[in-house]
Design a protein around this ligand. Structure first.
Ligand code: CA
Length: 459
């Protein structure tokens, strides 16, 4: 594939291909949505919710048709994205408890997250939006390598500023009231007067503008909680979808549309500042669409919390103008772990040899410099004996529930993307091979060092 390289991008392209001794430091913007369905972006065929700005990432770069996350619910998926390691390696196996008094709730301190890794090579980093990696002060983003935080510590939040009535977590009296806390800027509580999705976009744009004034490269982790429940949107966005008759789908569409506007403003800011060619922008959802937010994962089977691909395969695109060929469709399996793998590979950031990344640098695969698949196999596990999955090539072995009751199913995703035609017991050889590889991986995982969401109450 031939394409013209702008001068700056051409330099970057050469810099990252001439060997390990020559590195470059592009900015990195990771835009993560929450519970957005595989089918709910234009580049995956969505027709009732226009997403032109999200689609432009795929147009200017690549779309991953087989882009995965490591877990079908929020917390574990994010722990892996942030560390580049399967979260089970450090026991982050479930959504964590909301417990600001427990210093064990979060990513263990011996595991380095993307901000901690990039700070060693001179990056300024921000997390804007949903943190969900612990609410104890020791796990606050500013205690974990980030230079700026604007958002909330817990796993979800209300969107309308009038509903943010609690000053902080100490005022929570019952489950889910943590969705009503005031927003945090760094370690302070602040008031917002906009729809939360818009306020997060504003904060992201402000951060980019500030960072652009410095010589240091930056990393922005823009973690929208939209379109996670509660389904809430403002008239500005709802008015775009009068023709959607299902009320939940209409609100969901408005929430996705607000994110799309936000993505557009982020991309426009990068363009205005002359940073577009020197910035990698990735877009993905933290897990598949949920049953309770009117999302769609078609043609995939299942939803959030399932180990079918509807829970695990997400809308996923990445651009780096002049390096990733525009309009690329990349079909080999990739996973959220590869975001840290990619930026570490590009920058030469050091990785603890005792805690190697599971993610890989995708750039050589996307440019065609390297053949083959980035991963020999991908693996998933939920706590206890309940759920497992592994994919090698097109074959996927999955026990969506009751693994110990031998409920395995084997699918060929190349011919059966909807996971309808169970190939075993006829393919016992393949089942045995995949299960043995999964058991070896599973034996390396650790027990969870903190209580799961709902396990404790801390008042
Ligand atoms: Ca989620």
């Amino acid at each position: 594939m031939k394409f013209l390289l702008p001068p700056i991008a051409a330099t970057l392209f050469l810099a990252c291909t001439v060997g390990a001794s020559t590195v470059t430091k592009p900015n990195l913007v990771i835009i993560l949505t929450d519970d957005q369905g595989y089918a709910d972006v234009g580049f995956n065929g969505c027709t009732d919710i226009p997403t032109p700005h999200i689609d432009s990432i795929a147009d200017l770069g690549g779309r991953f048709s087989n882009g995965y996350v490591t877990h079908p619910v929020c917390g574990p998926s994010r722990a892996a994205l942030l560390t580049g390691r399967y979260q089970g390696r450090f026991g982050f196996n479930t959504n964590p408890s909301v417990d600001p008094d427990n210093p064990d709730v979060g990513i263990p301190h011996d595991q380095k997250n993307i901000a901690e890794v990039l700070s060693k090579v001179g990056y300024t980093s921000a997390v804007i939006g949903k943190w969900h990696m612990g609410s104890h002060p020791d796990h606050h983003p500013l205690s974990r390598g980030f230079d700026y935080f604007f958002g909330f510590l817990t796993g979800g939040h209300r969107y309308l500023p009038g509903e943010l009535t609690l000053n902080d977590l100490s005022e929570v009296k019952q489950d889910w009231e943590w969705y009503k806390t005031r927003i945090m800027e760094n370690r302070e509580r602040v008031d917002i007067d906009d729809y939360l999705t818009d306020a997060l976009t504003d904060a992201g744009v402000r951060f980019i503008r500030r960072a652009a004034q410095s010589d240091k490269p930056f990393m922005l982790y823009l973690a929208y909680n939209a379109p996670h429940t509660p389904l809430q949107a403002t008239e500005k966005y709802l008015s775009r979808f009068r023709d959607i008759r299902d009320e939940n789908r209409r609100i969901y569409a408005a929430m996705v549309s607000a994110v799309d506007d936000g993505v557009g403003r982020v991309l426009e800011t990068l363009r205005d500042l002359g940073l577009e060619d020197n910035t990698i922008v990735a877009f993905l959802s933290d897990n598949g669409g949920a049953r309770n937010n009117a999302s769609r994962n078609t043609p995939l089977r299942g939803f959030k919390s399932d180990f079918f691909d509807g829970g695990l395969r997400v809308p996923f695109a990445m651009m780096w103008p002049g390096v990733i060929p525009p309009g690329l469709q990349y079909d080999k399996p990739v996973i959220s772990l590869d975001l840290l793998g990619t930026i570490a590979g590009v920058t030469g950031a050091g990785i603890d040899p005792e805690r190697p990344l599971d993610g890989v640098n995708l750039i050589p695969y996307l440019t065609g410099e390297q053949d083959g698949a980035p991963h020999q196999a991908l693996y998933w596990r939920a706590p206890g004996p309940n759920q497992m999955a592994t994919r090698k090539g097109e074959l996927k072995l999955v026990a969506n529930r009751d693994r110990l009751k031998d409920t395995y199913q084997l699918f060929d995703l190349g011919e059966d993307i909807a996971e309808q035609n169970d190939l075993q017991p006829e393919r016992q050889d393949a089942k045995t091979e995949l299960l043995e590889a999964w058991e070896a991986w599973n034996s390396e995982l650790k027990p969870q060092p903190f209580p799961a969401l709902g396990d404790v109450w801390w008042r």
